[in-house]
Ligand binder design. Sequence first.
Ligand SMILES: *[C@@H]1O[C@H](CO)[C@@H](O)[C@H](O)[C@H]1NC(C)=O
Ligand SMILES: *[C@@H]1O[C@H](CO)[C@@H](O)[C@H](O)[C@H]1NC(C)=O
Ligand SMILES: *[C@@H]1O[C@H](CO)[C@@H](O)[C@H](O)[C@H]1NC(C)=O
Ligand SMILES: *[C@@H]1O[C@H](CO)[C@@H](O)[C@H](O)[C@H]1NC(C)=O
Ligand SMILES: *[C@@H]1O[C@H](CO)[C@@H](O)[C@H](O)[C@H]1NC(C)=O
Ligand SMILES: *[C@@H]1O[C@H](CO)[C@@H](O)[C@H](O)[C@H]1NC(C)=O
Ligand SMILES: *[C@@H]1O[C@H](CO)[C@@H](O)[C@H](O)[C@H]1NC(C)=O
Ligand SMILES: *[C@@H]1O[C@H](CO)[C@@H](O)[C@H](O)[C@H]1NC(C)=O
Length: 599
Amino acid sequence: MFLTQPPVMSPPSLLFSLFLLLLHRALFSTAILHKSSLIGADALSQRTTLKDTPPTLFFEVTKPIQLPNTKPCSYLILQHDFGYTYGKSPVLANYTPPSECPSRKFSKIVLEWNSTCKGRQFDRIFGIWLGGVELLRSCTAEPRATGIAWSVEKDITRYYSLLMKNQTLAVYLGNLIDSTYTGVYHVNITLRFYTVEKKSDDFGSTSDNSVAKYHFPADLILPFSRDLPLNDGLWFEIENSTDFASKEFEIPRNAYRAVLEVYVSFHESDESWYSNPPNEFIEANNLTDTPGNGPFREVVVSLDDEVIGVVWPFTVIYTGGVNPLLWRPITGIGSFNLPSYNIEITPFLAKILDGKAHTFEFSVTNALNVWYIDANLHLWLDSKSTKTEAELLKHDSLPLAVSAVSNFKGLNGTFFNSANRSISSTGWVRSSHGNLTTNWIQNLRYSNSMVVGSNGTLQVVNQTIHFNDSVHAKMSSSSVYSAESHKEFSLYLYYNYLDQGNETSFSLENITIGFNEKKSEASALELSKSSLQNVQNGQGYMTVKDNLVVSGLGSTQQVYKYDDSNSCYFRNVSSSNYTILYDKVGNTYNGRMQSHFDL
Ligand SMILES: *[C@@H]1O[C@H](CO)[C@@H](O)[C@H](O)[C@H]1NC(C)=O
Ligand SMILES: *[C@@H]1O[C@H](CO)[C@@H](O)[C@H](O)[C@H]1NC(C)=O
Ligand SMILES: *[C@@H]1O[C@H](CO)[C@@H](O)[C@H](O)[C@H]1NC(C)=O
Ligand SMILES: *[C@@H]1O[C@H](CO)[C@@H](O)[C@H](O)[C@H]1NC(C)=O
Ligand SMILES: *[C@@H]1O[C@H](CO)[C@@H](O)[C@H](O)[C@H]1NC(C)=O
Ligand SMILES: *[C@@H]1O[C@H](CO)[C@@H](O)[C@H](O)[C@H]1NC(C)=O
Ligand SMILES: *[C@@H]1O[C@H](CO)[C@@H](O)[C@H](O)[C@H]1NC(C)=O
Ligand SMILES: *[C@@H]1O[C@H](CO)[C@@H](O)[C@H](O)[C@H]1NC(C)=O
């Protein structure tokens, strides 16, 4: 059941006037207000013959997916040209599991999105759903006159059970075409199924039921998304801080583990929520169109009206964000493959194993229009019983602790915001795997310092989120499974803006984005530790006229370092004005060293 109001669709003309309005506002009030996505200039197109220039390859820096040494069965599951798709129903296709593959047992399943586009177009958010379960949330690259191409690969093995059944595939990418915005997104979606190399990798096998399958994909995945038919994405839309989305569900009575995977993306007034000033500043300066509510946001997940977990999202910057020239061809961290966030539900199974309907609800603290949210409930079922038993032993969820200090005079000011949250729950579940007691803890810390100067034309934001969670499962007193994740999301943003009159502005941008994560996982079958450090620096300037970047430059440097127990991956890459300046890649897998250096 969907309780929020149906979304109000703005006709395309309204949408465009909104963009113009946003720009108008940016020009005549202050820099902080500059929130609309922009379209990058393409100076090249004036000088080069279009036909002779190959498309520019855009990419997100990420480690390659570790693949087994088997030849995959590959299926093109959708080929579509996304022209004027805004406000139309998602593109649908019938999905059938691979039947011609020699073995029907797979150890890895990969989704590959390939797209080309030419002309001029905004960055567009899109989603891919299978049976209502979201597989990928992503943003398109902004094209250039000479054409671009990019591809996104995602390991979708965790959706194994879903992929073994007939389903409806749905893709929503709301695009607009007119005489100015000409880019049509040509898209192929391919799935690759890698058959098993070793018996232990066989997720399809039901032979070993003695241990709880912590490292196996779930047996059943329930979607928390909107039902077709629809005229937009299957995500729920959260429009303000009191708005919420909820859906009833029932789970099989033999579940012994549950994890809710949450997808989020933020748009329009909240596209750069981390730089929104507080309302008192906006009111004191009579800024009527400036998105406010301060720079703190959290996605709150409730089960039957009780807060059970939160998501403090990573600050994904889309390809039209800050300065679009920064993201060509190296795109912002997470922009081609937005992170999803896991909330452990196992301690709460006692509340939902009764065979009755229950409700998950999603809201966003301080939200402004609009957040796109949906979720997938991954369930592990006890194949040797029809009913498990469970009890919630403890649930502590303290209210959010926030502190906000504002100090401003006119349009100059300093703002400091911090927040804490901690949630902990413990419950036991008795199944044929034994009586497992699971403890789940979320510990989050946030700080944001914002300086607005030069009468509102200069803005500097420094934000850090520490997002820690852990799951510990034990039987009697011995540990059966343990997982910890320590994430650090950091953002530095410098933005200096000059109104040049005649609907034209000049701005300078400096940005640092960091996504660091340390993870460990231990079960009877495996022990793994991994560490990721992923940092992007960008410097840009641009002249904007009528919402179009007419000239400018973007330079981006990224260092990506990943290692785990049997592999490591390193990349140090730099680009400026569409050109790769250097690209160093290092890779070891099971001790084998592979590296190459390109200049
Ligand atoms: C997708 O594009 C990449 C290059 O971006 C290419 O290597 C790959 O083969 C393409 N995949 C398919 C299925 O065409
Ligand atoms: C999609 O696949 C078709 C057929 O293989 C190919 O001709 C086309 O170039 C592909 N398009 C993209 C965007 O990869
Ligand atoms: C799945 O779809 C295929 C192709 O449409 C059809 O032949 C098959 O019977 C379907 N299987 C089930 C279980 O519905
Ligand atoms: C929040 O959004 C909901 C859904 O559109 C709407 O019904 C409600 O009136 C809004 N509340 C406020 C305070 O604007
Ligand atoms: C804001 O508007 C009020 C009422 O019109 C006016 O008294 C005040 O001076 C204005 N403040 C600024 C900073 O423009
Ligand atoms: C958060 O936690 C820290 C350390 O426990 C504390 O010093 C701080 O006052 C708390 N509150 C906020 C709003 O940051
Ligand atoms: C399962 O273990 C918990 C914690 O040790 C205990 O309180 C509970 O009674 C056990 N349940 C069953 C059915 O044995
Ligand atoms: C804001 O700061 C600028 C210098 O950055 C200064 O010229 C201006 O007078 C200040 N405005 C106010 C209202 O203090």
